[in-house]
Write a protein that binds this ligand. Sequence first.
Ligand code: NDP
Length: 389
Amino acid sequence: MKHLSIFGATGSIGQNTLDLVRRNKGLYSIEVLTGGRNLDCLVSNALEFRPKIVATAHNDIYQELKEKLSGTGMQVVAGVNGMADAASLPVDWAMSAIVGAAGLEPGLRAMQAGADLALANKESMVAAGPLMRQTSRENDVALLPVDSEHSAVFQALIGEDHKAVERVILTASGGAFRDWSLEEIAAATPEQASTHPNWHMGQRITIDSASMFNKALEVIEAKELFDFKANQIEVLVHPQSMIHAIVGFQDGGLMAHIGPADMRHAIGFALSYPNRSYLPVERLDLAKIGRFDFSSPDLKKYPALRLAYDVMDLGGFSGAVYNAAKEIALDAFIAHRIGFLDMARVVEVVLERIFVKNTSKENNFCLENVLNMDQIGRTYAKEEIEKNL
Ligand code: NDP
């Protein structure tokens, strides 16, 4: 029996993870579930899976959660400290599926307590890649990528010599605005950006897919997870979202990972790693699909992607600032306070205010320093948004 914690259980990745657990009940036991504001979902999952600890990120709903779970024997905790305590319960495997930088600390705590960490929360690697890697090394636990592209790279690299890798190609669907003009994109609303042609995901990552902030975070995540150089990582628009990533080797060979657009593949792979197990995902009929299309991303339409390469060049804490400024800009876009393309402008200005090229090679990656830079990025982004309203 494998003991699991699920951080961000009420979200899209969390629910997909619980779906796999539900289908394999004898194999797994859930020890910790965390959520945010979606109390109904958290309570219903808690009653079904009977974890030891149930946590919500928000202190103001602690009492209500406690009442709804009274008499069940489950421990109920809340807030950042409650989440950190819940994440410190020793388990075999933890799913990091909180959205945003809030996912960093629970993931670190779980690794420190000895859990292999299944990493959907790409923001952790972007903001604190060196700290994540060090924590995994020091505690002898695995960092298992769950982003479909990174799971694909991980799978393509099994048994391969890392030094023989020439390049890595991450595919991108192009998001909601793939076929829109620059002028149309500039006027796009949050509602229009919140639908994805191929994947069903949380609202924030769906909008990040339309702006390619999501792909930008993934490029940085790939560098941090696999120790590639920035110039080894390419992005290719592939509207079908069936080839998730391609690894190119020095003999010219390309290893592509092909699968349906269903996150349960990557989650299931991480759950049964190092083995493979049956997964209830669609089997692709390639003859029916008929073709795969590819094109290069247009960096004018997707400035977030260009900025990701600047961040990798800058190094240090620029990833933490990039992500923090992006989260604030995304909040402002969702609230109709800034336009779609303003999100990248805000992030670019914040990066320029804080970093001068090649001067940020700071390497003291403790949690406190990362959170401090995250906070500075948020403050500056808010200032820029206020200034330009
Ligand atoms: P969702 O928005 O669907 O879910 C996010 C989860 O995080 C929810 O459980 C939410 O709680 C919780 N949460 C939100 N804010 C906080 C906070 N401040 N503190 C603690 N918990 C919080 O997101 P997704 O499942 O789509 O994505 C989760 C992560 O996985 C993201 O990092 C995303 O980039 C990554 N990812 C997602 C993929 C997907 O297919 N969805 C694919 C690859 C990566 P509540 O809803 O109860 O408020």
